[in-house]
Design a protein around this ligand. Sequence first.
Ligand code: FAD
Ligand code: EPU
Length: 336
Amino acid sequence: MQIQENISLRPYNTFGIDAKAKYFAAFDDVDELEETLNSKHHNLNFILGGGSNILLTKDVDGLVLKNEIKGIKEIHEDSEYVYIKAGAGENWHQFVLHCIERSWAGVENLSLIPGNVGASPMQNIGAYGVEIDDVFWDLEAYHLKEKRLVTFTRSDCEFGYRESVFKRKYKDQFVILNVTYQLRKKPRFNTSYGAIEQELEKMGVKDLSIKAISDAVINIRSSKLPDPKSIANAGSFFKNPEVSVTKYEELKSAFPGIIAFSLVNGNMKLAAGWLIEQCGWKGFRKGDAGCHANQALVLVNYGTANGGEIYNLSTEILQSVNEKFGVILEREVNIV
Ligand code: FAD
Ligand code: EPU
């Protein structure tokens, strides 16, 4: 265990925010985690994965712990499924590729999402018609106060759209150590979402496979979303808001171009990117804080913006969407 002092967190967050951590340490197993927590620097502020869903708005006057628990192994199988346990510190996309190589199906639509395995249940990551909820089996977490291991099943996690107990009621109470996924031996292809079918056709795919779906998703994502290595960002900054059908009908008659999807509960989900674009924010830049020119739902840091500047821009966007449409956007990114 090595605890560093006064280090810049800039390399550790995809928004490229230059906030400082008073103390910083990495751990690669639960013993090292406990050892670090029991050291004199026990004022834990937060657990860091790949730093792709956080906005640092200030220096951290305490300890930041980076989860680097590794390992991917098959722990069980039955006639339909394999059960794969992955360490929280494994890179998510590398994990997806590892599964595809071994014909373990279910996570291919979630290709190229940045970040680590440990954060995947945090906000029930989702893309192209699949969420973690669809493949989750259980996870092991360390209860920081009670200093004990707890297993969470799927129902314990209370997954919702970009939600789980870890983001709300148990916020900052647990360190996720590993996650077990239930993956299919025989794939069930999911190509219904967005442009997947179109992309597969463009690619000339004749025999559908999980690899082909993964490649299609990678192509679509690369054409739509800015790569944090070129322009710092944390993906969608806000959630797509849910409204009643009545509210949607009102909006539709005033704004016929509005983009929305029906939900199984009868409500409608609005495309927040469209709402933000209609308010004139797409491509907006103030200093180094901006709203991406091709995807208005993504806020970006062109270089030296600080977390406060990005946060203030998000507040202005939120206010203008509320004024124009009477819809309150909710931030998806974790504000630290
Ligand atoms: P971090 O940013 O490090 O942490 C996120 C939160 O989880 C923090 O509150 C942190 O304290 C907590 N946390 C992290 N690890 C642990 C742990 N082991 N135990 C307890 N708490 C922990 N998300 C989607 O759902 N779908 C997408 O399509 C998508 N696309 C994206 C595209 C881009 C370009 C970017 C930059 C981001 C995108 N995201 C997307 C958001 C992000 O990739 C996911 O939320 C990802 O799961 C974050 O993982 P991370 O390891 O980087 O988490
Ligand atoms: N749109 C606009 N203007 C914009 C952006 C989007 O009109 O500036 C329209 C698009 O034309 C499209 C609709 O809005 O008709 C939806 O856009 P897109 O397909 O790009 O998806 P999204 O709703 O913006 C969501 C997730 C992404 C996920 C994709 C694919 C949320 C908050 N975001 O984006 O997740 O990758 O769908 O499933 O749900 C993330 O969470 O960080 C993330 C990137």
